[in-house]
Design a protein around this ligand. Structure first.
Ligand SMILES: Cc1ncc(COP(=O)(O)O)c(C=O)c1O
Length: 423
């Protein structure tokens, strides 16, 4: 008899992390019909208010993810509920071929507040980034003898459509759309060396969020802007995640003191409903009739949400609140990181990433959920915090308590794992 076969396999972190008391929440609805493309916990969420979410068993969770930073004003804020209700009652969708007031209102305000000359409304960040790519290629046809190549950064995330996957350097769905070149982020000489006669634009996120919340340095982003001006190519900033007050300025480019030719917005613009925007400045405004269309582009209901969000973000004291609470959150996280031997804190405003000392981010996210805290992990060694921009200091204090418990739980579990103890 081989005694090795009788030995119990060492328990995994996952086995140990969620003990028998873990609520295995079930709803009357099953998720079997749902394509399994996104890993989700079993809970079904039924209600939200501000920084809180409730599941179908009435358990409350503090939400420091907020729909991947989309719910800029938190869950079901009254200003958004009212705007949606009023617009739904008046007119939901006249069709993208007809003007509606909310669309005109929103593009006007977006242009005015961001110093842009033209704006266009779409449904998702990927769509806005794809539209930016099209706009740059159109500009290349007009002004750069057909140049079409766009330089992007390694580990970028510009969306999951085929063109934005190619822009992000993700080649899982070959053949990849040609016309992109990737260089290391925050490396100005590499960027310079990559420019050739076919290059039409450089496209970057001011803070690479999915890569683990990696901010561009000011030296880098200013250098990129200068390079674009000297070479006569376009600068595209993907502000889908960093825009709309997330970094304590309306656009992150303001924080850096740069000005792009094309900017994309998404996520926080709709406050939780699908809305994105393409902004263009100066001679980058070169789309003509028929070159950018979509059934729900400029949809009145979504545009009304965008107006409500933009008005709130531009309201008195709003961005100061983001700066103040961002600093408070950062200080609290730095204290916790020190206490639990974790790594560095990165980010700006209320887009923060905490580097961990090992690849335990998924385990911490699971333990946090058990503690009634919703977080996410863009990388195996990074936790991301994108709370509502309206988050309060007491929400942050409560979050830090729950996160401390999650760290302790993971720490204990790691020790058990090392000793091979099963619960
Ligand atoms: C910087 C950035 N750009 C674009 C996208 C794509 O946005 P969406 O998921 O709305 O298509 C994302 C989404 O995570 C993002 O973080």
């Amino acid at each position: 008899m081989n005694l090795f076969n009788l030995r119990r396999p060492a328990p995994s972190l996952d086995d140990l992390l969620l003990d028998a008391k873990t609520p295995m929440l079930r709803d009357e609805l099953s998720s079997q019909s749902l394509m399994p493309t996104v890993a989700r916990p079993p809970q079904v969420f039924v209600r939200g208010q501000g920084s809180w979410l409730w599941d179908s068993e009435d358990r409350a969770y503090l939400d420091f993810t907020q729909g991947g930073a989309a719910n800029s004003l938190g869950h079901s804020p009254s200003v958004l509920v009212r705007a949606l209700a009023d617009q739904a009652q008046a007119l939901i969708n006249p069709g993208s071929g007809l003007h509606n007031r909310s669309q005109l209102n929103l593009v006007d305000r977006l242009c005015h507040s961001t110093g842009s000359d033209q704006a266009y409304l779409l449904n998702s960040g990927a769509e806005a980034c794809e539209a930016a790519i099209k706009l740059a290629r159109k500009w290349g046809q007009l002004h750069r003898s057909g140049a079409y190549r766009i330089i992007t950064a390694s580990n970028a995330c510009h969306g999951r459509s085929l063109s934005t996957l190619a822009a992000s350097g993700d080649n899982r769905f070959e053949p990849q759309l040609p016309g992109f070149c990737h260089v290391p982020f925050n490396d100005l000489p590499a960027l310079h060396a990559a420019v050739d006669a076919h290059t039409v634009a450089i496209m970057l996120e001011p803070i690479q969020s999915d890569a683990g919340v990696i901010p561009a340095t000011e030296h880098y982003l200013k250098g990129v802007e200068r390079l674009c001006r000297e070479l006569g190519i376009l600068l595209i900033l993907d502000e889908v995640q960093t825009g709309m007050g997330r970094c304590a300025t309306l656009l992150a480019e303001q924080h850096y003191g740069v000005r792009a030719d094309i900017v994309t917005l998404g996520k926080g613009l709709g406050g939780g409903v699908p809305l994105a925007a393409l902004l263009a400045r100066g001679k980058a405004c070169c789309f003509e009739l028929g070159e950018l269309e979509g059934t729900h582009h400029g949809n009145a209901l979504m545009a009304a949400a965008g107006v409500a969000v933009l008005d709130s973000v531009l309201g008195h004291g709003f961005l100061e609140h983001v700066r103040d609470t961002g600093q408070y959150l950062g200080e609290g996280l730095a204290r916790l990181a020190h206490r639990y031997g974790q790594g560095e804190l990165r980010g700006q405003g209320l887009l923060l990433g905490l580097g961990l000392s090992d690849d335990s981010a998924d385990a911490v996210v699971k333990a946090a959920l058990y503690e009634g805290l919703i977080l996410n992990a863009p990388q195996p060694d990074c936790l991301r915090f994108t709370p509502a921009l309206t988050v309060s200091k007491s929400n942050i204090d409560e979050m830090l308590l729950r996160l401390a418990r999650a760290f302790s739980r993971v720490h204990t579990t790691q020790l058990q794992c090392r000793k091979g103890i099963a619960v």
